[in-house]
Ligand binder design. Structure first.
Ligand code: FMN
Length: 276
């Protein structure tokens, strides 16, 4: 049996179990004083590489949100599970102007592209500048931000995902009770699955072309996974038509892919598992 649950304030935490990334956001106030606090209302916004953006949500009267509005910059630091006590310390309410980090084991290092500092102990860091701020009425302040730099501990990028998950040991936020009791999971029981290939019978599904495609470009199209092939077909045809062409060629495909930032390395990841 199921039952409908009432949607109340804090529904995303009290009612809906919503495993999330745990971050410490560092900002500077207008006088240049450091502020740090944990935040987990964070999600990718523009996923392409040209104008990569992230979105975060804050209480509008938080020091973090005020600082972001005033300075236009912030850093998202992802601590490992070893620092959960420090995360909780940084979450305590301290008056404006107090550097919460002084009550934790975190130490700062200069950021590469923005003025607020980064946290040395965090294996994964994102430096951001404001793109747009939406102040929801009597609700959150939503910040859409440009990703200026992604910084990671050396060695992590080269690791397999499995090794990296263990090395980073990022906690998963599991919400709180009454804004007092916080729950986390540590990645000690990671499971791994391999996605099975598209069944043969469906591999050529959904190719309705509106233009002529030459042989090479049609072969290229067949390399695109069926799930996104229809979308790619439309986009390539729109692009080719925009160039005044009546037949789609491989050049149209590669030019369009380049526009999306899909170089050979990205394409190899994307296309590798098509027709076996
Ligand atoms: C794990 C964790 C996640 C949190 N996530 C958020 C969040 O996404 N949005 C928010 O407004 N407050 C969040 N908080 C509460 C703030 O960290 C807390 O209100 C803090 O005192 C704000 O500090 P500031 O005023 O210096 O920004 C979170 C707290 C914890 C412990």
């Amino acid at each position: 049996m199921k039952k409908e649950v009432q949607i109340r304030p804090f529904w995303y935490s009290d009612a809906w179990l919503f495993p999330k990334l745990i971050t410490i956001v560092t900002t500077l106030d207008e006088e240049g004083r450091i502020n740090a606090a944990p935040y987990s209302h964070v999600m990718q916004y523009d996923v392409m590489h040209k104008n990569p953006r992230i979105m975060m949500g804050f209480r509008q009267d938080s020091h973090t949100f005020k600082n972001i509005c005033a300075t236009g910059e912030f850093v998202i630091n992802c601590p490992s599970s070893d620092y959960l006590e420090d995360v909780m310390e940084a979450a305590r309410f301290y008056p404006e102007g107090v550097n919460e980090l002084e009550h934790t084991r975190f130490t700062t290092i200069p950021s590469l592209k923005v003025k607020p500092p980064s946290l040395e102990q965090c294996p994964q860091i994102m430096e951001c500048t404001v793109d747009e701020i939406v102040k929801l009425e009597r609700s959150s302040g939503i910040v859409f931000a440009n990703i200026k730099a992604i910084v990671m501990d050396e060695g992590l990028e080269e690791m397999s995902r499995e090794q990296r998950i263990t090395a980073m040991n990022l906690p998963i936020g599991l919400g709180d009770e009454d804004r007092m009791e916080y729950y986390y999971a540590r990645p000690s029981d990671v499971v791994h699955f391999t996605l099975k290939e598209t069944p043969r019978g469906y591999q050529a599904a959904k190719i309705k072309t509106g233009m002529e495609w030459d042989e090479e470009s049609m072969q290229g199209l067949m390399q695109i996974p069926p799930a996104v092939r229809e979308m790619v077909t439309t986009q390539v045809e729109t692009y080719a038509a925009g160039k005044g062409a009546t037949t789609v060629t491989m050049t149209h495909m590669t030019e369009l892919m380049a526009e999306f930032g899909m170089d050979q390395a990205v394409m190899a990841r994307f296309m590798g598992k098509s027709d076996e």
